[in-house]
Design a protein around this ligand. Structure first.
Ligand code: ADP
Ligand code: MG
Length: 872
């Protein structure tokens, strides 16, 4: 139904785009570019993007055909229109979403306000940028790429392009950092305009569980963490504390408190002057709810969080409120300082900053409610270009883990014996490794892919080859996501890898030994190449420009040689020649292999347990059956899988137990249904948590936008005189309103202001409040002007510069304090929640009070500091 309606909805536009094809085909490249400029002008005049959609899409399609040899399918046009309509386009894996984005991006780039294409990692950003920039450049549009090691000027340049490829992480952090700079020239981003998020469910749902934080270290009571961790030896589960696995919480029982108080010889764990309770609670959590290689791994003496949904490591995230330190103590690692937050934002509120937002994914529909509620994004399912052939077999359920994993390894063995490639998705690193051992018993060779750092770099490379005949690939969820699995193997990867290996080896061999390559271990491989190939290879190895390249630059050069860009230096020409040669060599082979693997049934996907969301299961299944390829998926489950154990309910458990008379598996509709509903329960809860995070952050978000706006005004304004005067007057007024000046003695107030202005004030003590206030205003103006005069001897801009830094430093300081207070407040209201109050309401109320107080303090500090500032 949905498929038909969306095709119908865009029918007219699609045929308009198609009808332009003949005309554009006849144009030269230059004429095509001229058309694109014409559209830009047309937009400038009309300010109406809708009127240029069909021409722009048709141009992009033509440019793509000329540069990459890829002609957008009609369904891809529909995808592009969906993106431009500020929706999420659900398009299955392998449908070519990278190419779809070019349509909406080129169109929106006509506004000259910038387009961001957001991907989930640096590798994908650079891959997509390298290939797709060919299209844009033919259309006269500039492109940029942000990578994690880039400097500020590089970032500025890249963000200033028409279209910028960047990760969600980099762009959000650049935004936070931009709001901490003290000089306008350090700002990297332009105002936001249009954004397309690739793998949008990963970014807006999976990664939106915790806020992004920039922080600074502060003093940490290391001893307490260590002692609390040691205390765990003396505490027994269910005797001293209880664990609530469902809600990921623990409760310390009275017996537990007594035990600890006895051992530590303290009177009260809860003593506010020497509190132990947060450390003890965290130590228990660290032990009872967090397991090495599941929720985290230990790397370089550090705890690194593993994302439970994707199995990816998140090296820059830390758990808050001392939990991270407690886990460090448990693992006997150095305890890192607790940190003070300088800036933070949730992805939810960050992406809402874009006036125009859109996204694409293979799996969006099951999370539609969340997309709509939080981001106002609806999900449109775009039909596939070819009819899907994937065969999803029904779940098989075993009595226990032992039987399940045996069945999995047996299936892997049987399937791969036929040559059909198998990809197995696991939920944790531990399980991946366990399966690997089981496969060893069958003497099978496999690729093991998990979130451990030594594999992360090769993730994509390995996944790209998961479709080769006989390949067995074990991967934690979504490792290598975004990589195209081509049946029979991926030539591009093969070629790049082979060239990279030859080039790095030969260069190092010749450099270090200066010897003949034909005497190296490479000699047999070299002999298999043609004379032509070898002579180009040697010319490149003698090119001084090439020899100087770092390994990373070489990798970049190789990737570029693979896109159709025009080589600019001689070694780039040679690289291109070498890669084309190898490609031809592989091509023939690939076609054959592709057909063989298709005949074998395509990729076989094995799921080893249902994930916490149907979306993640679908992502795994979606890795096969790409573009009308055949493929099979099957999930193996066990009664004691977490999902079933915690959410299946006792009725189901009993029923199943009674059905399972022997070790053979069960396939049952009832079961699949109850699993679906268990998953929905978990999804719902996770959604509630994110919604909760979002609702709390909304309060902070409003305050953040006020502060950031104020900050940017201060950064941009030439003169801050008005701001300073306003601050001073507001401060005086606020004091009057608040303190009801009649009630306090005029004398007291006078001395307060004497201190504030740093000079003696003469005032008729019988003056009425209004006169008093007026008099203070006058005094303030005079004092302020005197200060400006005093500073003017140091040069023209001195006063303005000083004002600016006093303002910015104080805003930042006040904001940091505020963030800290808000974190404490959040904890406090959750306690208050027990007393029948609505915590969110309480939070909002107090947040406003805090914010107003901080605003007053800011005005006070700015004026105070400025009036006392001296120039050295
Ligand atoms: P997705 O992100 O939707 O999973 P990709 O963008 O990675 O898919 O593309 C998958 C493969 O499909 C790539 O090899 C790409 O070159 C190819 N492809 C995309 N669009 C087309 C097209 N219009 N014609 C031919 N091949 C295409
Ligand atoms: Mg993709």
């Amino acid at each position: 139904m949905a498929k038909n309606s969306i095709t119908k909805k865009y029918q007219n536009l699609v045929s308009q785009i198609n009808s332009l094809e003949d005309k554009f085909q006849t144009l030269t490249d230059n004429e095509l570019r001229a058309q694109s400029f014409k559209l830009k002008q047309q937009y400038k005049d009309s300010e109406d993007l809708n009127s240029v959609i069909s021409e722009s899409f048709a141009l992009t399609r033509e440019a793509s055909l000329r540069t990459l040899g890829l002609r957008h399918f009609d369904v891809q046009l529909i995808g592009g229109l969906t993106l431009n309509n500020q929706k999420i386009a659900e398009m299955k894996t392998g449908e070519g979403k990278t190419l779809v984005a070019t349509l909406a991006a080129s169109l929106n780039a006509l506004t000259e306000k910038g387009v961001h294409i957001v991907t989930i990692n640096d590798y994908l950003a650079s891959r997509d940028h390298a290939s797709m920039s060919q299209i844009y450049s033919l259309l006269g549009l500039t492109t940029g790429l942000i990578q994690d090691d880039m400097s500020k000027p590089e970032r500025q340049k890249n963000y200033n392009s028409d279209i910028t490829y960047v990760t969600n992480y980099e762009v959000a952090f650049d935004y936070l950092r931009d709001n901490m700079v003290v000089s306008l020239k350090d700002v990297t981003l332009r105002p936001f305009n249009y954004c397309i998020i690739d793998e949008v469910d990963s970014v807006l749902i999976d990664e939106a569980q915790t806020p992004l934080i920039i922080s600074d270290n502060i003093e940490t009571p290391v001893d307490k963490y260590i002692i609390a961790a040691e205390m765990m030896q003396y505490l027994k589960r269910d005797v001293h504390y209880k664990v609530d696995e469902k809600n990921k919480n623990i409760i310390l029982l009275d017996k537990g408190s007594q035990q600890i108080e006895n051992i530590l010889q303290i009177k009260d764990l809860y003593d506010p002057r020497d509190p132990w309770i947060p450390y003890i609670n965290n130590a228990i959590k660290a032990n009872a709810l967090f397991t090495n290689n599941v929720q985290y791994i230990v790397q370089n003496n550090r705890i690194v969080i593993v994302d439970e949904f994707t199995g990816r490591i998140m090296p820059d995230r830390r758990w808050g409120d001392g939990l991270h330190q407690a886990i460090e103590a448990k693992e006997q690692l150095p305890i890192r300082q607790k940190s003070e937050t300088q800036a933070e934002i949730t992805y939810q509120n960050f992406f809402l900053l874009y006036p125009k937002l859109s996204g694409m994914t293979g799996t969006g529909k099951t999370a539609e409610i969340e997309f709509e509620k939080i981001y106002k994004l609806s999900v449109d399912q775009v039909p596939t270009a070819r009819p899907p052939l994937r065969n999803d077999l029904s779940d098989q359920i075993y009595k226990d883990q032992f039987l399940k994993w045996n069945a999995i390894s047996k299936t892997c063995n049987e399937v791969s014996q036929t040559g059909q490639p198998v990809l197995i998705g696991t939920t944790t690193i531990e399980k991946s490794e366990m399966l690997a051992e089981l496969l060893n018993e069958y003497k099978l060779s496999y690729q093991l892919l998990n979130a451990k750092p030594e594999n992360v770099r090769r993730e994509s490379e390995i996944v790209a080859q998961a479709g080769r005949r006989g390949a067995i690939t074990i991967a934690t969820n979504m490792a290598g996501r975004g990589t195209d699995i081509i049946l029979g193997g991926n030539i591009t990867f093969n070629v790049q890898k082979e060239l990279y290996d030859i080039l790095t080896f030969s260069r190092n061999y010749m450099l270090s030994k200066g010897r003949n390559l034909f005497q190296s271990p490479l000699k047999t491989q070299l002999k298999s190449y043609s004379q032509n190939f070898l002579s180009v290879l040697f010319s490149i190895l003698n090119d001084p420009l090439f020899v100087e390249l770092s390994d990373i630059d070489m990798l970049r050069a190789l990737r570029e040689s693979d896109t159709n860009s025009i080589p600019t230096s001689s070694y780039q020409c040679s690289l291109k020649f070498l890669s084309d040669e190898l490609k031809q060599h592989y091509n023939k082979n690939q076609k054959q292999e592709n057909q063989i693997v298709k005949n074998l049934g395509g990729l076989y996907i094995v799921g080893t347990e249902r994930n916490d969301s149907r979306r993640v299961d679908n992502q795994l299944r979606g890795r096969c059956g790409r573009q009308g390829d055949p493929g099979t998926s099957r999930f193996f489950l066990s009664l004691d899988d977490n999902l079933l154990r915690l959410f299946g309910g006792s009725k189901i458990q009993n029923f199943l137990q009674s059905q399972m008379l022997d070790d053979s598996p069960l396939e049952s509709k009832l079961l699949s249904r109850s699993l679906d509903s268990a998953q929905q329960k978990v999804e719902e809860r996770a959604y509630q948590q994110r919604k909760n995070l979002f609702e709390y952050d909304e309060v902070l978000n409003r305050q953040r936008s006020i502060i950031y706006l104020e900050r940017s005004v201060i950064l941009k304004k030439e003169s801050l005189k008005k701001t300073m005067l306003a601050y001073g007057e507001q401060f005086i007024t606020m004091l009057f309103v608040k303190q009801k000046i009649e009630t306090v003695s005029a004398k007291q107030t006078l001395s307060f202001f004497e201190d504030f202005f740093g000079k003696e004030l003469i005032l008729n003590s019988k003056a009425n409040p209004l006169d008093f206030q007026r008099h203070l205003f006058n005094e303030f103006w005079l004092t302020y002007q005197a200060k400006i005069n005093q500073l003017s001897i140091y040069g023209d801009g001195m006063s303005a510069n000083l004002e600016r830094s006093v303002c910015l430093l104080n805003i930042d300081k006040i904001w940091r304090e505020h963030l800290d207070e808000m974190t404490l407040l959040r904890e406090a209201v959750s306690w208050r929640g027990y007393g029948q109050q609505n915590p969110l309401y309480e939070y909002k109320k107090d947040a406003l009070v805090f914010f107003t107080k901080q605003g007053k303090l800011l005005r006070h500090l700015v004026i105070y500091d400025y009036l006392r500032a001296s120039v050295l």
